[in-house]
Design a protein around this ligand. Sequence first.
Ligand SMILES: [Zn+2]
Length: 244
Amino acid sequence: MNTNRVEAERLLAIGEKLLQSRDLSGSRDFAILAQEAEPLLEGSDQIVAIVDVLIAAEKPINNDHLDWYAILQLDRTCEDLDLIRKQYRRLGLLLHPDKNPFSLADHAFKLVTDAWAVLSDPVQKAIYDRDIVASAQPSTFWTACPYCYFLYQYPSTCEGCCLRCQNCQRSFHGLSIPSLPPLVPGQEAYYCNWGCLPMGFVFGTLGSHGPLLDNASHALAVSNGATPEFASSSRKRGRPRKGV
Ligand SMILES: [Zn+2]
């Protein structure tokens, strides 16, 4: 037995152990090293296939929908059914639990089968495509005016920019607050606790999709003007929360 093969088997065994402990990227790295040491070694491509599918499944679209396209290693909203079928067959052969002895192969195989079930069915695919487009809302962050404590939601492109408070008209640095203050039950209001100082309530109205900024596109358009500080104008750039 040649030394390359011994080394490749050693690397593959490490990759297998890492897969068992769900260290996906570590497992993939060792499987690739094994493949490079001995291209004819069986198993490395099976581990890589498992890991690639599981990693794709860990990144749902907008935290909401499993990315069936990424799971089949396709571009988003691929329309080529022959290509979708080809990817399904290729991954299915690599991952079928009767052929693939590594842990999590059954899980990866099920994901690939589910992806195929959606993307091969024109009706299901159309619904899925519509849903992922609809859920692709602009990414936003919440910030608070440090002077009057009004809360604002802005497109993420404005994070770190100098913003002007619509309430007190003072400029402040658009720092993201880690999470919205809890909604006070029974009153559509946020309780804002700034540092150790209780700041009272800041009212807000939650729409059906949560507190998304309805004029985000306006703010986005303004921020694209590359003006570091937003000059005051009648156009709203955040949705101010009414103070008490
Ligand atoms: Zn203010």
